[in-house]
Write a protein that binds this ligand. Structure first.
Ligand SMILES: [Zn+2]
Length: 451
């Protein structure tokens, strides 16, 4: 009797195929010569520091110490063209004075190529591409601060239960991300500076976007209630972006006039939606032509959704339904003849579903909460305009964040646009990262990243 055919081993991703793809499609290597930092004649180049961190993010390494441990291995050193092992002291010293503009140019070019290669076509809503802007807190500390830290007073309880007020230092950024397509790269990140509000940073980002990408890069922008402000509406109108902004009671006038109107009316749409084990009973009101504010009476449309959400929870071994009530309001400039109320609701809810967006990884796994790069006292010195030699302004956090965004965009493109193995074997993205990591150690020791 013939033995059954041996099962073929499942093919895996290799670092060589990943690098081949990003070099061919995104000309990745062409950007490396532009990278620089503020160090003087370092023996580990800025390119090697960049590649070390870039691969750390692509492999989804757990932490900086893990990257340091791997950097002692000749395989990784050859791959990133470093002459020797190096640790977090070199990473910090290089990154705190890293030139941000070449990293920004790299991210912009990658995103423009993604768009040209039609990566943002799938998932368009009524033919439109959707982006979202959100604020994200990146790290906080009670003990360390740098010149760009924001501060707040936090009250906590001491060991005897008495309230103690402490100053907490933290960093916040706003990020704009494409969210309608499977590949969801960040287009730009803007840091909130000391003494300014998050809305100011967001406006700076929105003004910078058309300079980098052109105004027609996406069509619809989803925003949080914080950004329901006249300058945002004016800018969007000028650039031809449509808006969907969630509204809260603080949005004063408009919220009140919309609620007053809706209370005397029956909902326009009533429907039920099932998602996993959760049921949504939705009642939807929709009205046009409400003035945004007295000072800026641009007519806007407001959609309100009242939702009864029923989820099944296990209690004492029994599956029991639990019901809660929710209310949402959105301001939008989208035309009701093209976008129905239920579509506005869907878009409004999409803003909250940016899971897997890269921030969680960045803050949870990269010890950024634990002061890597924060307040580096030891920094390269540069000559100021008055001729004095002073430590370079610390841009470490901004540099790491941009490198993270580049790695996130390129690994997403590799997995979602290029890999056949990913789809055929329904792998997780973490598993692809592990395969790339393992392939580094399997390849012969004389390999280099393919040029
Ligand atoms: Zn700081």
């Amino acid at each position: 009797m013939k033995a059954p055919p041996a099962e073929l081993p499942q093919p895996t991703h290799t670092l060589a195929s990943f690098c081949g793809y990003i070099n061919k499609v995104f000309h990745f290597r062409d950007f490396l010569p532009n990278l620089s930092d503020a160090r003087h004649a370092p023996d580990i180049s800025a390119q090697s520091v960049f590649l070390a961190l870039f691969h750390g993010f692509v492999f989804r390494l757990y932490s900086v110490p893990q990257l340091e441990a791997d950097l002692t291995e000749p395989h990784l050193q050859r791959w990133i063209e470093a002459k020797r092992a190096f640790g977090d002291d070199v990473l910090r010293y290089s990154l705190c004075g890293f030139a941000l503009e070449p990293l920004t140019e790299m991210l912009v070019d990658i995103n423009r190529r993604l768009r040209r290669n039609k990566a943002f076509e799938p998932g368009r809503v009524q033919g439109r591409m959707v982006a979202a802007l959100d604020g994200i807190e990146v790290l906080s500390s009670y003990s360390r601060c740098c010149e760009f830290c924001l501060q707040r007073r936090v009250v906590s309880l001491d060991a005897s239960g008495n309230p103690v007020e402490q100053i907490q230092y933290y960093h916040r950024a706003v990020g704009c991300q494409i969210i309608s397509s499977p590949v969801k790269p960040f287009l730009a990140i803007e840091w909130v500076q000391p003494g300014e509000g998050e809305d100011t940073a967001a406006l700076r980002l929105l003004h910078a976007l058309p300079e980098r990408y052109g105004s027609a890069f996406f069509d619809i922008l989803l925003l949080d209630s914080l950004y329901a402000q006249a300058p945002v509406l004016k800018l969007a109108e000028q650039l031809g972006w449509d808006l969907v902004i969630s509204l809260k009671q603080e949005a004063r006038q408009l919220y009140q006039s919309a609620m007053g109107l809706f209370q005397s009316r029956c909902p326009e749409h009533c429907f039920q939606e099932q998602q996993g084990g959760t049921t949504y009973e939705v009642r939807l009101w929709d009205t046009e032509g409400l003035p945004f504010t007295e000072d800026h009476p641009q007519p806007v449309r407001v959609v309100r959704s009242q939702e009864t959400v029923t989820e099944n929870h296990y209690r004492r071994g029994k599956l029991q339904p639990q019901t809660s009530e929710h209310e949402w309001l959105w301001l939008t400039t989208l035309d009701p003849r093209v976008f129905s109320g239920p579509q506005i609701r869907r878009l409004g809810h999409d803003r909250w579903k940016q899971e897997n967006n890269g921030w969680n990884d960045l803050t949870q796994n990269w010890a950024l909460k634990h002061d890597f790069l924060h307040a580096c006292k030891h920094r390269p010195k540069v000559e100021s305009s008055s001729g004095e030699r002073q430590p370079v302004a610390n841009h470490g956090l901004a540099a790491v964040t941009l490198i993270r965004c580049v790695a996130f965009a390129l690994s997403s493109a590799f997995v979602l646009l290029h890999s056949k193995i990913f789809r055929r074997y329904s792998l997780s993205r973490r598993e692809v990262a592990r395969q790339l990591y393992r392939s580094l150690w399997k390849d012969p020791p004389d390999i280099r990243a393919p040029a």
